[in-house]
Design a protein around this ligand. Structure first.
Ligand code: NAD
Length: 431
């Protein structure tokens, strides 16, 4: 059993902390957000992740996990200290490392024996060295090692991904710390890649940027399919059957969003720029992804001609299914456009409405999808929640005032939509 503390109790920190407790460690989750920690102490999850609440409650009852805002206590009572704070983009696109720096200084201030400091946050190359420098600049009494251990979980399946992780990347300069990290990951039965901190740091950005590129590539193919009369779903299937390509991340749609891909592609581009390298393909990926969102807006404009006073229903607010995360969700830009065009917005999302209310308080929220589409002039699909895929389309048509559906996720059967006389517009398939 290891004594672990995770500083930063967000999507990554909370899920990692709970899963480390689940495999038999004693975990302290620490955060500066008092409200979040209070909620957790009362069994309320600050985020939605499938299976998280049950696993967290079980381990909290067993005393395997605790929650605190006391960083000194968290550092002094544990041997392995994970940093899982946010690294949001600065206005220029570089990663904001201020939270990582603050936490590093706090660790240095409170250190009371040998500690392994493990950075799980997504950070540019050189951050492991920076953390080391901050800690040794403040204290020289105690030994410590700093490891880079990027996180690969996906929001929506974060608990499953952690419990079934396929790899752990351990960027280390210390044999002792590497051994402890290998031991810690043994119950996950995953492959462990031991590498330098620099390689570990770039692996995370390279992985996310590669996936963002794959999504962007299929979106460009989809746009071409619309022009030449091909069906991108079949094209994706056809190329995904090649094991060198694989079918994953080949769903054409509205473009990538969320708290990771947009900021990580931008941070990698900036990192390259800082080393005077022009990462051309990535620059274009970022640009094309922005345009992909605008295509949905264009389809809406072309179909409705005028948005003025029209009721537009937005189904799905989260950036993807399975999460309540609205960071960089295409819904934000699309709702903003409708409101600026004098349209009325009604929205429904099975999980993200509470978060959405902090962004848009002047739109109408409903309790279910059917109430949302009632009397709508047009429906826009933003998130591919399963419950939207199973909507009774005939009933939806009867409830609507108009017949326009802009499907940003290709969730509805094309032929059926046409047969039901919807004015149906999706991605990469045309009439
Ligand atoms: P998040 O915003 O959900 O959580 C970050 C937490 O850190 C917040 O609870 C915040 O209050 C806390 N925090 C900030 N400053 C702090 C401080 N000084 N002391 C203590 N706590 C502090 O972010 P997240 O989505 O969990 O991401 C964390 C890191 O992991 C980021 O670098 C992100 O890029 C990376 N990552 C995220 C995902 C994902 O799917 N969300 C996946 C892999 C990696």
């Amino acid at each position: 059993m290891n004594k672990i503390c995770v500083i930063g109790t967000g999507y990554v920190g909370l899920v990692s902390g709970v899963c480390f407790a689940e495999i038999g460690n004693k975990v302290t989750c620490a955060d500066i957000d008092v409200d979040k920690i209070e909620k957790l102490k009362n069994g309320i999850m600050p985020i939605y992740e499938n299976g998280l609440k049950e696993m967290c409650s079980r381990n909290y009852k067993n005393n395997s996990i605790e929650f605190t805002t006391d960083i000194k206590y968290a550092v002094q009572n544990n041997d392995i200290i994970f940093i899982a704070v946010g690294t949001p983009p600065l206005p220029d696109g570089n990663a904001d490392l201020s939270a990582v720096k603050t936490v590093s200084a706090e660790i240095a201030q409170y250190i009371n024996g040998y500690k392994i400091v493990v950075n799980k946050s997504t950070v540019p190359v050189g951050t492991q060295k920076m953390v080391k420098k901050i800690i040794s600049g403040i204290q020289s009494k105690y030994d410590f090692d700093v490891i880079s251990n990027p996180e690969f979980l996906r929001e929506g399946t974060a608990v499953y991904d952690t419990m079934n992780m396929n790899r752990a990347v351990i960027g280390s300069e210390s044999e002792t710390a590497t051994e402890i990290m290998l031991e810690l990951h043994k119950p996950f039965k995953c492959e462990c890649l031991i590498t330098t901190p620099e390689s570990a740091e770039i692996i995370k950005y390279a992985a996310n940027s590669f996936l963002a590129t794959k999504i962007t590539f299929i979106n460009e193919i989809a746009n071409l399919c619309e022009l030449v009369g091909a069906d991108v779903k079949d094209v994706s299937k056809g190329i995904g059957m090649d094991p060198r390509i694989s079918p994953d991340f080949l769903k054409a749609g509205i473009g990538y969003g969320g708290g990771c891909f947009p900021k990580d592609t931008m941070a990698l581009l900036k990192m390259a720029e800082n080393y005077r390298y022009d990462f051309k393909i990535l620059r274009n990926v970022i640009e094309v992804n922005k345009l992909q969102r605008l295509r949905i807006i264009d389809k809406l404009k072309e179909t409705l001609v005028s948005i003025d006073n029209k009721l537009i229903t937005v189904l799905g607010l989260a950036f993807k299914a399975g999460t309540d995360d609205m960071r960089e969700s295409p819904a934000i830009e699309i709702i903003d456009f409708i409101q600026k065009s004098n349209g009325k917005v009604r929205a429904f999302d099975p999980c993200a409405m509470e978060r959405a209310k902090n962004i848009f308080n002047s739109i109408e929220y409903t309790d279910d999808a059917y109430s949302a589409v009632k009397d709508a002039d047009a429906v826009v699909i933003i998130t591919d929640w399963d419950e939207f895929k199973h909507l009774d389309l005939k009933h939806m048509k009867e409830l609507m005032h108009g017949n326009t559906v802009i499907d940003g996720r290709n969730i509805f059967p094309f032929d059926e939509m046409i047969k039901l006389d919807f004015d149906y517009h999706c991605i990469g398939r045309s009439k």
